[in-house]
Design a protein around this ligand. Structure first.
Ligand SMILES: [Zn+2]
Length: 437
């Protein structure tokens, strides 16, 4: 088993000699303190937010657990307040919308140096799966300067790996043509989009694609299983979000979970209710702190992603931390009764395992009516699978219980949405259209 290339990269960068983990954590603690000093000097938001914090009193990573969290709502309210450099030094601005309405936007700013650090991470992260013999297709936005596709392309260029950036997939036929023409064997893309591609262009996918790297959203197990078993593809997953500078962690060839970008980011997992750090092995919310960010650093930023740290070492033997694959976001569930929830990942595992389905939408309306809007290639496919899907969903314990109490209703419908995919990087979620009480 090959050691993750991320380890050597971090060792060289941080100057680690013997006691890997110990030296890395000392570096992280120093960087955390440096970052706090930096943001208190340069960011309006943090000057106020951390005004009672004396960084010299942080003597250990344990002490750092007492520092207040940064919330996405803070960024929405005043992204400018986070800026640590003059506006002219910002080369990339990303606007993130979670619901599509304005006023629900987050802006994230990067300097040239920030982008270069991401390129460095991508360069070594991609070596977990690709080498000079590979031809990589990136199905992520790549037109704008500093976009994720642009940074990946630059990273792969430095390692002389052939790379084509097509952007978010719009038409599977066009993508399939490019795979043929350019002899692509490795794809980086959004899980649900690659599932769509593999179902619509099955032959090409199966014959050409040997490796995929799934990114930008959590990955349902059923997708990994399908790619691995049916298409004989090696499936790597990457974890990151824009606020992290896109890259956060990537699996090595052991496929045991992500090895984290620990030179640039410090990760914690907390109990979302109490805010206390949880033990390794326990699930909680991922929180991260930027250690090297220049334009818009974050201190203890709550991601709302659910994961845990592995308790056992990765078979590759690295001293880097390994995070289990993300289980989805906290919003990816809806409450249907006291202590009863429907989780999107439970729906995913059932619905996406049906070959006739290429995507679906789920929303809940007034009166607890849950709509499952199935996107299939044609209407006949819908009738072929919808009844079976519905009966499996009705057997999910929380749903079964609520159905027997007559407090929810489930409706499965054939989506009239065009089969052509929306050009979107927005994470999938359950939409709640019930009026708030
Ligand atoms: Zn590993």
């Amino acid at each position: 088993m090959k050691l993750t290339p991320i380890e050597k990269y971090i060792k060289d960068k941080v100057n680690i000699h013997k006691n890997g983990r110990e030296e890395l954590e000392r570096y992280q603690l120093d960087k955390i303190k440096e970052s706090i000093t930096y943001v208190k000097q340069h960011s309006k938001f943090y000057r106020e937010h951390l005004k009672d914090i004396n960084e010299d009193s942080i003597k250990s990573l344990k002490d750092f657990e007492n520092i207040p969290f940064t919330l996405p709502s803070h960024v929405k309210e005043n992204p400018f307040g986070f800026l640590c450099v003059p506006q002219k030094d910002i080369v990339r601005i990303v606007t993130l919308r979670s619901s599509g309405t304005s006023g629900d936007e987050k802006r994230v700013y990067f300097t040239e140096k920030d982008l270069q650090l991401t390129i460095d991470f991508f360069k070594h992260g991609m070596q977990c799966l690709a080498n000079k013999d590979d031809r990589v297709l990136v199905l992520l936005p790549g037109e704008a300067y500093g976009s994720i596709g642009d940074l990946l392309k630059k990273a792969l260029k430095e390692t002389e790996i052939e790379c084509f950036v097509q952007g978010v997939m719009v038409d599977p036929k066009v993508t399939a043509k490019l795979i043929q023409a350019e002899n692509i064997n490795c794809i980086v893309g959004i899980p649900i989009q690659l599932l769509h591609l593999s179902r619509v262009e099955n032959e090409i996918f199966k014959n050409k694609i040997q490796k995929v790297l799934l990114s930008t959203d959590y990955v349902p197990e059923t997708i990994i299983k399908e790619f691995t078993n049916k298409s004989e593809c090696k499936v790597f997953t990457h974890y990151g979000m824009t606020e992290m500078g896109y890259g956060g962690g990537v699996e090595c060839e052991a496929l045991y979970g992500y090895h984290m970008r620990e030179d640039d980011l410090y990760f914690e997992i907390i109990d979302p209710v109490t805010g206390k750090t949880v033990e390794d092995g326990q699930y909680g919310e991922v929180v991260f702190t930027t250690l090297t960010r220049e334009g818009m650093p974050f201190i203890r930023y709550r991601t709302s992603d659910i994961a845990s740290f592995k308790t056992k070492k990765c078979p590759c033997g690295t001293f880097l931390k390994t995070m289990d694959r993300i289980k989805g976001r906290m919003e990816n569930r809806i409450k249907i009764d006291e202590d009863e929830f429907i989780y999107m990942r439970e729906l995913d595992e059932i619905i996406l395992s049906f070959e006739e389905v290429v995507n679906y939408k789920v929303y809940i309306e007034e009166g607890n009516v849950i709509f499952l809007d199935l996107i299939t290639l044609n209407e006949a496919d819908f009738y072929k699978s919808s009844e079976k899907i519905l009966s499996l969903i009705k057997a999910i314990p929380s749903i079964k219980k609520s159905l027997s109490k007559n407090i929810i209703e489930i409706v499965i419908i054939y989506s009239l949405d065009d089969i052509v995919i929306n050009n979107t990087m927005v994470k999938r979620k359950i939409h709640d259209y019930r009026k708030r009480v």
